[in-house]
Design a protein around this ligand. Structure first.
Ligand code: CTP
Ligand code: MG
Length: 187
C-alpha cells in the first residue's frame, strides 16, 4: 500500500513541470500569435488568439526551470524515496525539455481541435483543455527520453492517475488565475 502511494506521489512530482508550463504560459503569453492570425481551410482560425509564441516558449522554459529545481532538491538532499530525472544535468534536461514543450504543444493541439469544433477562444473545452497536454507531454517523453519514461511511467499507473487528477487540478488552478485577473474565465 505504502509502495503504491509512493509510486503515485513520484509520478505526480516528476510530472509537475508539465503541469506548471500551462499556468506559466498565461504569465509569459500574449505576444506573437502562433498561427500569426491566419485561418485554416475551414475558414476558422488555426489556433486562435489564446496561443502565442511567448506563451509557448516562456511557459515551456519556466516548466523546465521548475523541473531543474526539483532535480536539484532531489539530488542535493539525496532523496531516495522517489526517483529523479537522471544522474546528470544533461540527462535531466533531456527529460525536462520534451516534457515541458510537449505539454504546451499538446495544449496547442487541443486548441486546434477546439477551433475545428467551432469553439471560441477560451470556451470551455472539457477534456480538450485538460488531456491533450498530458498525453502529448508523455508522448514526447516516450519519444525523446525512453529510459525515463519506461522507468517511471512504463506501467501506465502514473499516467492513469495523472489523467484522473488533471481535470479537478486544472479547474482549481484556473479559478485561482481568474481571481488573480490573469484569466478572463474561471476554466
Ligand atoms: N497562452 C499563450 N500562449 C500559449 C498558451 C497560453 O499566450 N501557448 C496564454 C493566453 O493568454 C491564453 C491563456 O494563456 O488566453 C490561457 O491559456 P488557455 O486556457 O490554454 O487558452 P484559451 O484562451 O482558453 O484558448 P483556447 O480556447 O484555445 O484553449
Ligand atoms: Mg482555456
Amino acid at each position: 500500500m505504502v509502495n503504491v502511494l509512493l509510486i503515485i506521489l513520484e509520478s505526480i512530482i516528476l510530472f509537475l513541470p508539465a503541469f506548471a508550463a500551462n499556468p506559466a504560459a498565461v504569465i509569459t503569453g500574449g505576444y506573437v500569435k502562433v498561427d500569426f492570425g491566419r485561418n485554416f481551410i475551414d475558414g476558422r482560425r488555426i489556433l486562435g488568439d489564446g496561443k502565442t509564441w511567448s506563451g509557448l516558449i516562456g511557459g515551456s522554459l519556466l516548466g523546465v526551470v521548475l523541473g531543474l529545481i526539483i532535480y536539484f532538491i532531489i539530488s542535493l538532499f539525496h532523496i531516495t524515496l522517489i526517483g529523479n530525472y537522471g544522474t546528470s544535468l544533461v540527462e535531466a534536461l533531456s527529460v525536462l525539455l520534451p516534457m515541458s514543450f510537449g505539454s504546451l504543444l499538446g495544449d496547442i493541439a487541443g486548441s486546434f481541435v477546439k477551433r475545428r469544433l467551432n469553439m471560441k477562444r477560451g470556451q470551455k473545452g472539457f477534456l480538450l483543455d485538460q488531456w491533450p497536454f498530458v498525453l502529448m507531454s508523455f508522448l514526447f517523453v516516450f519519444i525523446f527520453s525512453r529510459g525515463f519514461f519506461m522507468e517511471y511511467y512504463g506501467n501506465f499507473i502514473g499516467i492513469v492517475v495523472i489523467l484522473a487528477l488533471t481535470p479537478p487540478l486544472h479547474r482549481a488552478v484556473n479559478i485561482i488565475g481568474y481571481k488573480m485577473n490573469k484569466k478572463d474565465v474561471p476554466w
